[in-house]
Design a protein around this ligand. Sequence first.
Ligand SMILES: *[C@@H]1O[C@H](CO)[C@@H](O)[C@H](O)[C@H]1NC(C)=O
Ligand SMILES: *[C@@H]1O[C@H](CO)[C@@H](O)[C@H](O)[C@H]1NC(C)=O
Ligand SMILES: *[C@@H]1O[C@H](CO)[C@@H](O)[C@H](O)[C@H]1NC(C)=O
Length: 497
Amino acid sequence: MELKNQNNHWLPQGHGALSCFSLLFFIVFFSSSFTQLSHASPSMYLEQRAVKPRHMRLLKSALEREVSTRQLSDLWAPLENQGWRPCVECGSEPSLPEKSEGYIQVFLDGGLNQQRMGICDAVVVAKILNATLVIPYLEVNPVWRDSSTFMDIFDADHFINVLKDDVSIVKELPDEFLWSTREYYAATTRDTRIKEAPVHASANWYLKNVLPVLRSHGIAAIAPFSHRLTFDSLPMEIQRLRCKVNFQALRFVPHIRILGDAVISRLRYPQGSAGEMGTNHLQMATDAYYKRRAGKFVVLHLRFDKDMAAHSACDFGGGKAEKLALAKYRQVIWQGRVLNSQFTDEELRSQGRCPLTPEEIGLLLAALGFDNSTRLYLASHKVYGGKARISTLRQLFPLMESKKSLASADELSQIKGKASLLAAVDYYVGMHSDIFISASPGNMHNALVGHRTYLNLKTIRPNMALMGQLFLNKSISWSEFQQAVVTGHWNRQGQLR
Ligand SMILES: *[C@@H]1O[C@H](CO)[C@@H](O)[C@H](O)[C@H]1NC(C)=O
Ligand SMILES: *[C@@H]1O[C@H](CO)[C@@H](O)[C@H](O)[C@H]1NC(C)=O
Ligand SMILES: *[C@@H]1O[C@H](CO)[C@@H](O)[C@H](O)[C@H]1NC(C)=O
């Protein structure tokens, strides 16, 4: 979605063209939808209640599935060594320019993972320009609404230190440039503001358009900056630096890592933590299960919030109330201008353009051979439709956990209500899982697929078009479904491509 976003609005972009005017609506709408939550308005209630399983026949068989030991051991086996290793440290010695051309400031839109990509690009752009980078400014996204700064999320000293021989990075501008703030650029056109960076701009574009600004003013502020640097035809050294930022320099702050480690350990050793946490549903599994597959878990990233459901324009089986609610949301937020709404649900599904519902990703996992004793960690924000929407998935995978079920209120207090920090914990747990899978190929999915590939970790990439077509087929049997799912995913688990 964000890739198509070529407009140059200063304000953060959720999807597509958000004018300042529509942003105002956005805020009004969001605050009203939040109050609705607490008052549980009738329409909200209908939206929650209307969710029934959509693929009853498949679900019935999935609940009775039997999984062979061989299938299970293939599924859980780590990826084999594919004969390649990371080469962030290969190549020539890094070096700093003799003198800095000036300061680069970037203002990053999006959620945590879109911002993460922006940070990698920012370091690289500073390198291309021989400039000094100011720790990136993270915009507050209208969907996620978290005002956490770079330093609230990432370990800034580690970041600066790991990159110290490649690019100079400062936490703050020196006094003479303190005027160069977010507020200063929000006002009017400014000579030091670069706002026309095209999507996937080349290194030359930056040399031609930003270097002169740096040379005459000593500073350049680039916004918007999401996806503003190409992946192609950059020198190998530059690509390596991008990897170094992403895989070595970006480390979460200690309290996120500590919480993540606690969650991981409770997933791996559920008995020990169950007593401590006062919850015992993990203990429901048999001892034999623990012996067979001690400690392994899957992380399922499930982004299925109202924003995404509405933007996809797909039918999620919630009936008339849901359809109306999503159409209304599209009207309010995007004035109905949503490309997907020109297509029928069938067309969208067969092209793989519909996010998988919790039920559908559950059926995919069941078909791949995950049995009901699989420990599943749900990495998710709000799920549209609430508990009702999740219940089918929970039926298929009763040992489903999340931050909320595994950590105490006290442990969660530091990240409560902060979407980026919550996402950071999920990212961290996702990086430490035996298997990662995402129900929709967005920024989090892309970030994890990339990072896990770097470490040769198993990551299942759902074949969205195949799944869409299979779910459209109302006469397919469970065994045909299962066969098609297994065949369609054997080469999508982290193999080199
Ligand atoms: C950056 O510095 C290096 C070495 O110090 C130099 O070779 C290169 O031409 C410089 N690039 C720019 C854009 O000034
Ligand atoms: C898993 O399924 C088996 C057989 O269908 C059933 O006996 C068992 O109770 C289920 N386990 C859990 C944890 O629900
Ligand atoms: C549904 O699946 C069955 C079994 O794979 C297949 O024979 C049939 O052609 C499919 N129907 C459609 C409409 O694709």
